[in-house]
Design a protein around this ligand. Structure first.
Ligand code: PMP
Length: 287
């Protein structure tokens, strides 16, 4: 499928997890016309299963589909497919939705991660597709990620492709810097993914009384920060222990988890796991 005209999204059905058939001329294989989403379901001790803001994933998928000329499910179709897939722990087609247990994204678990700033390769450029969750964005940085990991870094932090000095994001998460208790994160301008965790952490932090600013963050501000942390569905809130930029390596708070990241991690996870009340109505209970 190369364009969405005339194509519609149809209802799917549950199937055992397995390979799917694709035409050799499929748009995803030839043009990178592919989108995906990732969301976590949490099982509470009482057996209930909770999803965190799944409508946001549906909306992001829909905006990505619009950008890539693809048909997209309605919010209701998306939620229904996710619900049935999670409850059955199976796979829903078309398009594929599958459920799988997940562990910590970084091998460090909740310990601080070590990042390297990439100065040659970029994941997105203005006017491109960096703001949607399309497969090509990940292809663009596989080389940078592989090289960083082979040198022992947890992941890569990317800069903007125009000035090569503004912080964008990490391969699978958004970035926050803390200076004198003020929290800053790069603004959403089409080149970074509008993370659902990012958006939630901004609201949670403001609710806890922090001043939070969305704007330009330079690599110098990053290196001079008191604390840096990343946010994402997979990484939750991950403290950054050190950042390497060119020949310089900066360590934050003696390499331990900073107090702001710790506080926000606790607030977010207790909400996601149904331990604290859901005042913002972000939790969808499946059973
Ligand atoms: N940036 C990128 C490039 C990502 O792949 C992700 C993971 N979806 C994020 C940021 C964080 O987004 P979210 O909080 O919605 O998981």
């Amino acid at each position: 499928m190369k364009c969405c005209q005339g194509d519609t999204f149809s209802d799917g059905e549950l199937q055992r997890f397995g390979n799917i058939e694709l035409s050799p001329s499929a748009g995803i294989l030839n043009y990178g016309q592919g989108l995906f989403e990732g969301l976590k379901a949490y099982r509470k001790q009482d057996g209930s299963i909770l999803l965190f803001r799944p409508e946001e994933n549906a909306l992001r998928l829909r905006s990505g589909a619009e950008r890539l000329c693809m048909p997209s499910p309605t919010i209701e179709q998306f939620l229904e497919a996710v619900k049935y897939t999670v409850l059955a722990n199976e796979r829903w087609i078309p398009p594929a939705v599958y459920a799988s247990p997940v562990g910590n994204y970084f091998k460090e678990g909740l310990s601080p991660i070590n990042l390297i700033v990439e100065t040659n390769m970029h994941r997105a450029s203005p006017g491109g597709t960096g703001g949607v969750k399309t497969v090509g964005n990940y292809a663009a940085v596989l080389k940078a990620q592989t090289e960083a990991k082979s040198k022992g870094y947890s992941d890569v932090l990317y800069l903007d492709s125009v000035h090569n000095k503004y912080v964008e994001e990490v391969s699978s998460c958004n970035v926050f810097v803390v200076k004198q208790n003020k929290i800053c994160t790069p603004a959403i301008k089409g080149t970074i993914l509008p993370g659902i965790t990012r958006k939630s952490i901004i609201d949670i932090a403001r609710g806890l009384g922090f001043q939070v600013e969305e704007g330009a963050v330079t690599v110098d501000e990053l290196l001079e920060a008191d604390e840096v942390f990343c946010t994402g569905t997979a990484v939750v809130v991950s403290p950054v222990g050190s950042i390497t930029y060119l020949d310089q390596r900066v360590t934050y708070g003696k390499g331990g988890t900073g107090p702001v990241a710790q506080q926000l991690y606790s607030a977010l996870t207790s909400l996601q796991m149904g331990v604290t009340g859901d005042k913002m109505d972000w939790i969808v209970r499946l059973n």
